[in-house]
Design a protein around this ligand. Structure first.
Ligand code: AMP
Length: 309
């Protein structure tokens, strides 16, 4: 396996935020968040990361230094006049369910991602959840990416179906949750819905199922990975984005897409996500080491090892 220093780079485009979060375990105010932030920090354990995003003039300098200390390239981070995107979420007792209490787009409303010249050769690319037309625009700025993934949400499935279909015909992997797969396919059964989504163009589909883990579908294969069983889940925010970050980081570290590298990557994605939810915001990832990730990866193998008996 190659190491982080020699790995191919991962480019990510998406939201950067200051989040306020309430869960049954407590609350946090104005903490670092956003899809591309979570993704970048997770991917940075495995590969160099090129981040594209926008923050406002209120974005804390120490958080910029933190991202820099993770080895994340911030040449594509724009600071615009105004406030940083803010999201306030509240989780139910069943933490698979959350409500958005407040959302202030602020400088994110005018986000027009432009890739710095040095990012255009990125081989692994993740288009986090933004307007599908902007995701397509980013794709057009890349020279010849090896592997492109995209996330989306119910809002875009409903309001921009044509733009979303155009995007999906150009990406290799889609990573969305179970209800979104069914909504996108107009089909209640996940397996049949997955087949329909693959017909739209991507060669791989990841269905995120919260505390129940994830499924990887391709035309001739299905792989299931559980979520790591944890006694305490403190804050599920960012689990999906760190899952994608771990997955893309691991793929970039491997440098090629095979059945094996994909399976390893989806397990690493689950491993990083399992750490994310142990504390509020990015707090657990701030204190995490690659050795701890590898140790839990091995625990994951033990958790699902039954074929030898
Ligand atoms: P996740 O829990 O993986 O869905 O990611 C949560 C992150 O997404 C939070 O840090 C939010 O700041 C960010 N977020 C919430 N709503 C949106 C939105 N409409 N567009 C982009 N990012 C969002």
């Amino acid at each position: 396996m190659s190491s982080r220093e020699t790995a191919a780079s991962v480019c990510v485009v998406g939201s950067m935020a200051l989040d306020s979060i309430e869960t049954p375990e407590g609350s946090a105010t104005d903490v670092l968040g956003g899809a591309s932030t979570y993704f970048s920090v997770a991917a940075s354990f495995f590969a160099p990361v090129n981040l594209v995003g926008v923050v406002g003039s209120d974005f804390p300098e120490h958080e910029r230094r933190f991202l820099d200390s993770c080895g994340i390239n911030l040449d594509g981070l724009t600071e615009a006049e105004g406030g940083t995107f803010r999201w306030h979420g509240r989780y139910h007792e069943n933490m698979n369910i959350r409500d958005t209490v407040d959302l202030q787009l602020n400088v994110f409303e005018q986000f027009q991602p432009t890739l710095p010249e040095s990012y255009r050769a990125s081989e692994f690319v993740f288009l986090a959840n933004i307007q599908p037309s902007l995701q397509s625009d980013v794709l057009s700025q890349l020279e010849s990416p090896l592997y492109v993934g995209a996330d989306t949400m119910d809002h875009w499935i409903t309001t921009a179906p044509e733009e979303l279909r155009a995007l999906l015909s150009r990406v290799d992997l889609v990573s969305i949750n179970d209800s979104e797969v069914c909504q996108l396919a107009g089909e209640g059964n996940i397996v049949r819905a997955a087949r329909k989504v693959l017909e739209l163009g991507p060669s791989h589909l990841i269905v995120k199922r919260g505390e129940y883990g994830a499924l990887l579908f391709s035309s001739n294969d299905v792989f299931a990975v559980p979520a790591f069983p944890l006694e305490v889940v403190t804050d599920p925010t960012g689990a999906g984005d760190t899952f994608a970050g771990g997955l893309f980081g691991s793929l970039a570290e491997a440098g090629e897409i095979t059945r094996e590298t994909l399976r390893r990557a989806i397990v690493y994605g689950s491993v990083v996500a399992s750490f994310t939810v142990e504390a509020f915001g990015l707090d657990r990832l701030r204190a995490l080491s690659r050795a701890e990730l590898d140790e839990r990866y091995r625990a994951f193998m033990a958790l699902t090892d039954f074929h030898t008996y």
